[in-house]
Structures are given as C-alpha cells and as structure tokens.
Design a protein around this ligand. Structure first.
Ligand code: GLA
Length: 376
C-alpha cells in the first residue's frame, strides 16, 4: 500500500465519523424553518425579554428564518419621550436578525394603538392639523425605515385599519388626516427604502365585509401605482376558528390580486373565548368562574394536546396548498410561557398556543409539522 493511500484513508475515516456524529446530534437536527425552506419562511415574534434570553435565542436562531418585533418597534416604544427616539432595543433586534441571516420584519409603522400622546400635538398643546400630522408621519417613517434600510426586509406599514363592518377604524391618523393616510404611509415607506417589501396587516380577514374592504384597498393602491407587496393575515386562531374552507378561499382571493400572502401572528388557543364582559384587565371574574374559564391551569390533557396538534396540521395543509402564494408563516411567539394568549381575551389563564412548551421543549405539534412537510 502506497504512502498516499494510507494517509488518505487515515484522514477520511475520522472525517466520515465526524460528519455522521454531527448529523445525528440534536444540535445539528433539522429545524422547522429548514424543513419548510422550499415552501415559505417560518417566522416568530421576538418579545422585549426573549431578545436577551440565551436559551430562547438558541431556539430562535435554529428553528426560524424570519423574525418580527412583537412590541418594541411600535411607536410608543421607540418614541415614548417627547421628540426623542430610543432605538436601543430595535437596533439589537435588527442586528441579531441580520447576523442570524433571518428575514427581518418591522412591526408596525402606523397603528391605532401604542401611540404616544405628544406625537399628535404641538408644543403648545394644540392638536396637529392634517398637513402637520402628515409631516410628522413622514418624518417618523423616514427616520425608522431609513435607519434600517436594507436590513429590515419587510414592514407592516399599516396595521388593523378596518372595522368588521368594513368601515375605516377611528384613530388619530384617520380622524386628522383622512382615509388617504394609508396611501401616504405606503408612499413614505417606499421613499424611505425602495427595496423593502410593504404590507397591510390585519386580523379577522375571513370576515366578508372586512375582507371586501381590504381587497378594495389593495386594488386602489395598485391602480394608483402605490407599492403594496403583501397582505398579512393575522392568525390569532382557536381549535374551531376560523373555518378552514373560508380561510382557504380568503388566501386564494388575496393571492389573485397579485400580492403575496403572509400568515402573521399565528397562535392557536385551546381555551374558550368569552363575551365582552369577561375580557381584558378590568373584568371582574369570580373564582369559580375563573376555574371554568381556565381549565388547564396545571396541565394540558393528552386529548386536548392531540386536538391542538390536529388543528395545526389542518391549518398547515391549507398553507401548504397555497405555498406558491404564501411567502411567510410567522408564529406570534416562541414558548407557551410567554404568549399574550395567557392574558387575552381573559387575564391570567394558562394557554398552550405555540410550538414549544414552558420548558422550551418541542411539543407534539412541532413534530407533526415536521412530518407533514416531509410528505409534501
Ligand atoms: C395585534 C397586533 C400585534 C399584537 C397582538 C397582540 O395582533 O398587531 O402587534 O399587539 O395584537 O399581541
């Protein structure tokens, strides 16, 4: 045996062993985003705290290839103080996403909530008029979108602008500027970063009247040549809502308009959705009633866990059917420990809407979603 051959063999055998060992070790295991990479991005929302939690960040970087800021890019968070922006959190968030090679989404530029009062008044306390508010809005969008130009790849430009009956939702933007505040926001965002994707994002889009209003908006923007690249269908769902056939038709209808469809803010609650009087932090709920409203405080029964798994699989079958139109599915959080669903619609419950449990372990549904895409 020649010297070259011996050296080659002695080098390659250990190499095979290392590759085999790595490929079977859990840290090298195929993550969710990787499994779905030929279908659509798999994203998650990053909360203020989870950005700095090493264990959570390990999951974020290995399982997801897109990140959205859950709260800290909203106006009240970046501009809490009079005429002074605080970019500390959002800078770290964007930097980490870019470093992890993730598709970073900015959420959200224009919304009716999370607004600092000072933004809408002059220094002497008088309310801004239309022109003044348009100037402030442009400045906000230029500042924020401009700062992350080329790094934040897509923006939720306008969030939740319509009521269920299809009318425009009242907000300081609508009330002071008028209906064209939406068009202006998209124009300003495009000017600030012509390379960024721009989205309209809303919940309840399976509702016919709301859907009609958003379809009309997209058509109008497109006709006027104002860039809108996608509609974000917020997926705050439950074991029974929405009807899958209606969801299927909703996705198809938006896709036909020539925009991408994104499932944003996906979570599936296993709990009941009570009436208005029991919702929110001001609701007064007796202890007995709370026990009924919060039945899985100790543990999720196997039977309900199976229902959750089946429900997610059914939803993903619809998403996979439309994978040519859907470019991203983003979960609204990472683990059941810190999801807003524990406090909404009822404060202080124990819900199980996400893919990782309170110990950061993948749930049954996680494995089911991996298996599902393998069959497609
Ligand atoms: C809406 C908003 C999100 C977030 C959720 C609740 O869907 O778009 O930013 O506030 O509600 O967590």
């Amino acid at each position: 045996m020649s010297l070259e051959k011996t050296t080659f063999k002695s080098l390659t055998y250990p190499l095979y062993f290392v590759i085999f060992a790595l490929s079977t070790s859990p840290s090298f295991a195929k993550g969710l985003a990787d499994a779905y990479k030929d279908k659509f991005y798999i994203g998650t929302a990053v909360s203020p705290d989870s950005l700095f939690d090493k264990d959570i960040q390990r999951l974020v970087s290995s399982e997801f290839n897109s990140v959205t800021a859950e709260t800290n890019m909203k106006l009240r968070h970046v501009a809490a103080n009079q005429r002074a922006y605080d970019f500390n959190w959002s800078d770290s968030f964007v930097e980490l996403g870019v470093k992890n090679n993730q598709f970073v989404v900015g959420h959200t530029l224009i919304w009716h909530k999370s607004l600092p009062d000072w933004f809408f008044v002059q220094l002497d306390g008088k309310r801004l008029n239309r022109d003044q508010l348009l100037t402030s809005m442009r400045q906000h969008i230029y500042t924020f979108v401009g700062r992350y130009r080329g790094q934040v790849k897509g923006w939720d430009v306008v969030n939740e602008a319509f009521n269920f009956d299809g009318s425009y939702r009242s907000s300081p933007w609508l009330d002071t500027i008028g209906e064209d505040y939406i068009e202006k926001a998209f124009e300003f965002a495009h000017q600030a970063d012509p390379g960024a994707e721009l989205y309209y994002n809303d919940y309840g889009l399976v509702n016919p009247k709301k859907q009609d209003a958003v379809v009309a908006l997209i058509k109008r923007l497109k006709k006027k040549g104002i860039p809108i690249h996608a509609v974000g269908i917020q997926g705050h769902y439950s074991l029974t809502y929405p009807d899958l056939k209606v969801l299927d038709k909703t996705i198809a209808r938006f896709a036909k308009l020539g925009v991408k469809v994104m499932i944003t803010e996906l979570d599936v609650s296993v709990l009941s959705f009570p009436g208005q009087e029991e919702r929110g932090e001001d609701a007064v709920i007796s202890t007995e009633r709370m026990t009924a409203l919060n039945p899985f405080a100790e543990k999720l029964p196997d039977e309900i866990e199976q229902q959750l798994t089946d429900r997610y699989v059914s939803l993903f079958k619809v998403f996979l059917k439309h994978h040519n139109s859907i470019s991203r599915v983003t979960f609204w959080g990472i683990t059941d420990a810190s999801t807003w669903r524990n406090d909404w619609p009822v404060e202080g419950r124990t819900d199980y809407p996400l893919l990782f449990n309170r110990d950061l372990q993948p749930k049954k549904v996680y494995h089911a979603l991996l298996e599902l895409v393998d069959q497609h």
